[in-house]
Design a protein around this ligand. Structure first.
Ligand code: HH2
Length: 259
C-alpha cells in the first residue's frame, strides 16, 4: 500500500502533494513502482496534530485526486475518520476506507456497510492530538487484540462481510517505542482474528528513536521494520517508499521459497 498525503502538514511529506496534479502523479509513480493499492489521505494524524480539517476541506482535497485516479489499475483506499467523507469518497470510486479510528464515529459503520468496499480497522489509544503524551497498557498485545476483535465484531454486525475487513495494531498511535516493538514481535498473534493484518512503520518516529535519524533518512530503518512485519504475518504494508520495499520483499520471498 503506497501512501499519498494530500496535506500541508503530514509528518514526512507534508505539502509535497497538496496540489491534485502532484498527488495524482505521485500515486501513478507508486503504482509504477509496484504498489498493489494506494492510500490517499487529506488529514494528517501525526502526533500532536490539532488542526482539525473540516469534512468540506477534506473532500475538496480528496475528490479531484479520486477523480483523477478513477482509471488507475489498482484499488484506491481513502484514509479518513469522518462518515460524510467516507460516503462521498465511496461514491467517487474509493475501493477501501482506511480508518485510524476503526469506524467508531457515529455513522461510520453504516457508511461502509452501505457500500461493498473494503475497510481497515486500526487501533489508536487517545486521539492524534494527545496520543503520545502518556501511552499506557498493562498488556499491549492483549489490549490491542481485544479492541480489534471487538471492532471486527461490530463491523460484521453492521453488515460488513469478513472478507472486506483488514486490521492494524496502529504503530505509533498512542504507543511508546517499547509498545511498538512488542506489537511487532508478536504480530502473528493478530492472525487469530482471521482477517489480514496491515502494518505501517514507514518513516515513523520510533525508527528515529532507534537510529537517531530524521524522517528523511529513515528508508533503511523503514524497510527493516516492513520486512519484520511481513515475516510476522503482515499481509499489507503501508509505505511511502514502494520501489525499495518491493525489492526487499522480493528477496524475502525468494529466500522463503527455498526453505
Ligand atoms: N499511519 C499514518 C496514517 N494512517 N493508517 C493505518 N491503517 N496505519 C498506519 O500506520 C497509519 C495510517 C501516519 O502516516 P502518514 O499518513 O504518512 O502521516 P500523516 O498522518 O502525518 O499524514
Amino acid at each position: 500500500m503506497g501512501v499519498v498525503n494530500i496535506t500541508p502538514d503530514s509528518f514526512s511529506d507534508g505539502g509535497r502533494f497538496l496540489d491534485p496534479v502532484a498527488a495524482i502523479a505521485h500515486a501513478h509513480q507508486l503504482i509504477e513502482e509496484g504498489a498493489d493499492l494506494v492510500d490517499i489521505g487529506a488529514e494528517s494524524s501525526r502526533p500532536g496534530a490539532t488542526a482539525v480539517v473540516s469534512a468540506g476541506e477534506e473532500l475538496r482535497r480528496l475528490l479531484p485526486v479520486l477523480q483523477g485516479l478513477r482509471d488507475a489499475p489498482v484499488p484506491v483506499s481513502v484514509d479518513t475518520v469522518k462518515p460524510e467523507v467516507m460516503r462521498a469518497a465511496l461514491a467517487a470510486g474509493a475501493a477501501m476506507i482506511n480508518d485510524i479510528n476503526a469506524l467508531r464515529a457515529p455513522g461510520a459503520l453504516a457508511a461502509v456497510a452501505f457500500s461493498d468496499a473494503a475497510v481497515c480497522l486500526m487501533h489508536m489509544q487517545g486521539t492524534p492530538g494527545t496520543m503520545q503524551q502518556q501511552p499506557s497498557y498493562d498488556d499491549v498485545v492483549a489490549e490491542v487484540k481485544a479492541f480489534l476483535q471487538e471492532r471486527v465484531r461490530a463491523a460484521r454486525a453492521a453488515g460488513i462481510a469478513t472478507e472486506r475487513i483488514a486490521i492494524d495494531p496502529g504503530f505509533g498511535f498512542g504507543k511508546t517505542l517499547e509498545h511498538n516493538l512488542e506489537l511487532l514481535r508478536q504480530l502473528l498473534e493478530f492472525d487469530a482474528l482471521g482477517v489480514p493484518v496491515l502494518a505501517g512503520w514507514s518513516r515513523k518516529s520510533s525508527l528515529g528513536m532507534i537510529t537517531g535519524k530524521p524522517t528523511g533518512e529513515r528508508l533503511a530503518a523503514s524497510i527493516a521494520a516492513a520486512l519484520i512485519a511481513a515475516q510476522n504475518g503482515a499481509r499489507i504494508l503501508r509505505v511511502h517508499d514502494v520501489a525499495a520495499t518491493r525489492d526487499a520483499l522480493a528477496v524475502l520471498a525468494a529466500a522463503e521459497e527455498k526453505r
